[in-house]
Design a protein around this ligand. Structure first.
Ligand code: ZN
Ligand code: ZN
Length: 329
């Protein structure tokens, strides 16, 4: 073969190869160019990949003439997280926690504390304690007890008393500052019910709500484990045997809202080192400090015994009391 002919054949071969390569490029292209035999007849766009919190969606359409011909385009943009605070731990005896969480994908971004849940149902208090570890009087559980009434001695027969009586090994401080006592809103005042915590030995502390006007008779009768109590200055009456035999009390503050302290109110409270009777008190009943001993001090807002007896209707308030009385007008 002549040299010129070889060169021509080589050139023709190259042209054929280039043509062949460009023909192969048609297949596999996501956006199919128009083929030789038809013009694409595109169907509807459909979502083939849904958008998520973080990624955009994808839509695809197919040629109705040849379904292998497809086109894609971006669909809906990324949706973004739908964040909300979700409770992760809740508690009746301590702070709980909530987590900032995407309700769609579960992505989380931080936590924050939430307040302790108040117990609003007395029956539940009993159930609650049965689920707790035994503790000591020095490490009581603090429970927020938000109720609108206590129910007097029925409280003992019911759940609170059972939960806090000496057949139990759970010691509890009750923070009742959120209680309303609206149920007891009689015209005479708002009562912390009589015998409400009678014999509740495992009651170690209590905050009485600041709208209570009457601490009912025997409200804390023989609460021997009671070591701390907050009496709000809404209280005007401390009734009979209210704190009878509360031997765990070492101190108590009588607010100057109190006008009447009834019979045997502090009988047997032999570990209170000192108590101050405010000048607001106009009536003291019989034996309010009976069994008190010489190493206990009662601070009285009068110049002497005669003045006190005159103001408080006789000497019965001192009946059976050996405490040291300090007259401080
Ligand atoms: Zn097509
Ligand atoms: Zn998300």
């Amino acid at each position: 073969m002549k040299r010129k002919t070889k060169q021509w054949l080589f050139g023709a071969l190259m042209v054929l190869m280039v043509l062949a390569l460009s023909a192969c490029g048609d297949d596999g292209d996501p956006t199919s160019p128009a083929p030789a035999d038809h013009v694409h007849a595109w169907g509807e766009w459909t979502v083939t990949t849904a958008a998520t919190c973080l990624t955009a969606g994808v839509e695809t359409r197919s040629c109705t003439i040849d379904a292998s011909h497809t086109e894609t385009r971006p669909g809906a943009g990324a949706l973004g997280h739908d964040m909300d605070w979700i409770e992760t731990t809740v508690s009746y005896i301590s702070e709980g926690e909530e987590t900032y969480t995407c309700i769609d994908c579960g992505h989380t971004d931080g936590t924050r504390p939430i307040p302790q849940i108040p117990v609003t149902d007395r029956a539940f208090l009993n159930t609650l304690l049965s689920g707790l570890e035994a503790n000591t009087a020095e490490t009581p559980y603090t429970i927020l007890l938000n109720v609108d009434w206590l129910g007097g001695s029925s409280t003992f027969n019911g759940s609170v008393g059972n939960a806090l009586s000496d057949n139990n090994t759970k010691f509890v401080n009750l923070d009742m500052s959120g209680s309303t006592f609206e149920y007891d809103d009689f015209s005479e005042g708002i009562y912390f019910d009589s015998s409400a915590f009678l014999w509740c030995d495992n009651l170690t502390g209590i905050i009485i709500p600041d709208n209570v006007t009457h601490i009912g008779g025997g409200a804390f009768n023989q609460c021997t484990g009671l070591t701390s109590i907050t009496i709000p200055n809404s209280v005007t009456y401390i009734e009979d045997v209210a704190f009878f035999d509360c031997i765990g009390l070492t101190s108590i503050t009588i607010p100057d809202s109190v006008t009447d302290i009834w019979d045997y109110a502090f009988y047997g409270c032999t570990n209170i080192t000192s108590i101050e009777i405010p000048a607001s008190v106009t009536y003291l009943g019989i034996g309010v400090f009976q069994t008190w001993t010489a190493d206990q001090t009662i601070i009285v807002p009068f110049s002497g015994e005669d003045a006190a007896d005159l103001a408080w209707g006789g000497s019965d308030w001192r009946l059976g009391c050996n405490a040291t009385i300090q007259y401080t007008p």
